[in-house]
Design a protein around this ligand. Sequence first.
Ligand code: B12
Ligand code: SF4
Length: 434
Amino acid sequence: MRVLLVQSWLGGAEPPVYPIGLACVAAALPEHEIRLFDPNVEGPPDAPYSPLDKILQQWNPDAIGISLRNIDSTNRRVVVFYYQHFQALVEYISQRTTAPILVGGAGFSLFAERIMRENPAIHAGVYLEGEATTAALLRQLATPWNVPGVYYRREGRIEFSGPPAKLSLDNVSNIFHTAPNVSLYNTTIPGPEPFGVESKRGCALHCIYCPYGFLNGREYRLIPPKDVVNQIQTLYATHKITRFTFLDSVFNIPKSHAEAICEELIRRKLQVQWSAWFSEKDLDRHFAELCLDAGCTTFILSPDGISDKTLRMLGKVQRRSDILSTWRMLSSLARTRTDFEVSYNFFKNPPGQTWAGFFALAWFLFRAKLTLRRRVHFEVNSLRIEPHTRLMEIAMQEGLCNEHTDLLRPAYYTQHRTRLIELTWNILLRFLGK
Ligand code: B12
Ligand code: SF4
């Protein structure tokens, strides 16, 4: 079959990232002819879908897969709603072809049934991981109920074939051998790294706002370190890509796995640079130095809060003492190593926030700026209420939303009794040009 894979458009303002989800799906379909189209890099800004006309007419795909990765910009002060572009894309394609339209991606899985209902042109939706489900679904397009992990239509109703099995990552293929269109993504422009590498799936932690456990599972499924580094080597040697980010929930959990990847990178002498999300819980100086020797250039940290009360209520495993000791360690490391940056993420007014917590955070940011100077970056975000999270339940208990609230149109949590803190941050951030 000829299968056209299309990334959803983000409206032109978001720096594009390589559609790794579609590349994973493509790698799982070796018996099919694949073509990838990403309007974020290939479409003219005023008519992003127009190249599709030619592809649909001349290449005439037998099936089309659309990736709905992002619904909205989540935690940003200025909210962007990408879902509307996805709806326009589905319409655009359905008006030009009768080939079945399949949809998948994190954004789709979070709101699967609702999205099926709102977009009647979708033939079937692939829930959670796409590799095995898509391969099976393409063989059984007329009988999707036989394939676990599929939302489909039958007699005017939307039905679900049941949860899919989780993919074993012990022996995954090297997706960068088959990844299409890699050369279209520019790694030199400022912004997020366009290329991502997975070293595992899943997260066993329980941060209350986070849907990753729902999306990727609550157990860690580790990719063997040699296979992870094989992917990086292919990116480096075949595609000349020297910068990437680890897509993992948290890179240094489990720490032994992260260490083995760093050691393998060092052993192979790959001159690559990378960033990753780290937890303060297991980030000592020796390990940080190992990461730097392996090419880490940015430690991304998401303590989210600074007081123990807020951290506890957010379900974080790190405590104030972990956050402070990691900051001290990184500040001390910065005196001898000039080759790294640190990026911190916090929430403005999460559950458990107090004015004391607000001042403690402002004081921490001030001190971190003093010791790490231009090498530290901060994001202070609002808290998007995602479905399938504990935060959604808390927001319901506190009357911020109920079962009728439309969480697809972004809804935000701000603790009521300290709502002035959210406002104060908004003013401060606007003043700082964020
Ligand atoms: C790493 C990551 C990032 C990195 C990406 C770096 C990079 N170079 O790729 C950074 C930090 C830059 C980032 C940025 C953003 N991200 Co982000 N990101 C993630 C994260 C943790 C992993 C994504 C990933 O690549 N996973 C690995 C791939 C292989 O998995 P996958 O894409 O889900 O694909 C699988 C399935 O979904 C399915 N599939 C995917 N597409 C398709 C298509 C078809 C047809 C089929 C059948 C199947 C299928 O099959 C794939 C293989 O199993 C997810 C959360 C998560 N755990 O999923 C959030 C997540 C996707 N991001 C999210 C958001 C919002 C964003 C931003 C918009 C935030 C912002 N305002 O800047 C931007 C958008 C960037 C962009 N241009 O698209 C949200 C989306 C939810 C929502 N409400 O919209 C998520 C879910 C996080 C969250 N808040 O909960 N992100
Ligand atoms: S925020 Fe990060 S550490 Fe916390 S549950 Fe989600 S993925 Fe895991």
